[in-house]
Ligand binder design. Sequence first.
Ligand SMILES: Cc1ncc(COP(=O)(O)O)c(C=O)c1O
Length: 429
Amino acid sequence: MSRLASIHDNLPLSRSVLEVPKSATLAINEKSKLLQQQGHDVIRLGLGQSPFPVPDIMVSSLKANANSKDYMAVQGYLPLREAISDFIHRTEGLHRTADNVIIGPGSKELLFGLQMVLECDLVLPAPSWVSYEPQARLMGRQVFWLPCHAKDGWKLTADTLDRHCRQHDSRTQLLILNSPNNPSGACFHQQELKDLARVAEKHNLIILSDEIYSELHYQGEHNSIAQYYPQGTIISNGISKWAGAGGWRLGFFIFPDALKPVLQSMIVVASETFTSVSAPIQMASISAFEGSEDMKDYINACRKIMRAIGLQLTDRLVQQNINLVTPEGGFYNLADFSNYKEGLLKNGINHANSLSQKMLEATGIAALPGKDFGLDHGLNLRLAFVDFDGAQLLSRVLKNPDLALDSETPELKRLFSVSDRLGEWLKNL
Ligand SMILES: Cc1ncc(COP(=O)(O)O)c(C=O)c1O
């Protein structure tokens, strides 16, 4: 007994792991679960999971391949890699072959592998998705946050990037760009990407273009920096968001020829860690990338629903005097509550963390604080507008593509009530 206690006292836990703080995301998720168990009506805008079911063609294919039991090639199943290189050609006009693709158990795992094999600094626009920075910290890499502003639609500008690179020109840097963006819903336009590409080329940056929401661009007009800086850009994507299959755990990276040595190193890491993604999942995922009419209908319907929610919910929140930039794709927007600064302060709320906690208690609406996305200051919360019956609404839109979607749509009524609930709370502070 005493021996056990002394082992526990001296557990050799990795310092880099201990230094990564527990994220506020978990705290909010735990708290909203607790409130739900206590019978409160909680609208969960914290978790960024697709509300839609996996497309039928993928599910049928998974059933048909359920008995595939062999280990797959470490780099990924060749027909899937071919389908992905065709997909990238069709959607972005880029010629990259199946040899340039690696399949992983989610793009998150591949991002971790990339940070393991590249011994360089990480450059992130603030705000950025929650996991890039902790992964870099786990690897002991230095992270530079580049400030972005609501007036620029929360997008990194070429000037900000250039200023940073001029200060750190002697070092190799990995820049992660994410469009459509989590947490802001921002999408880069062509000229913005051209400007960023010019800077990236000048400073020899390696770019990871995280395009996990690509097919959820509201107008179906996703642009990639790989079109303007192909030699230095690795594209990351997968089936988690636009094919509703986060729990299937499949993502991919596709490399330019110039960065093939990075790919080779990642294959080494993959061979010594996850070995390969499950065989049936790889086989069933082929249909996600083939561009069939079924898949097009599915994506168009998801897009229509997310566009209707993203635009209308943003409008409704703006009417409540909350500042937002209108999202252009994906599941999220970033709400700034600074117009209510005084009332919030009177209630002891001076930071996004306390704002998200108190808002949940007072209104039953769970959202994530900007701090988790690299916004240290300000009263910003990310709203993931995915708490609705996506299966039912998707099936209705597939049957009737012209279906009107608004606050009277039965599946969306509760979600749209967020703006009234928030307005009432804020005005009575
Ligand atoms: C911006 C972004 N990138 C990457 C991921 C990871 O996706 P996955 O590992 O499911 O492919 C997510 C998931 O939430 C995300 O929001």
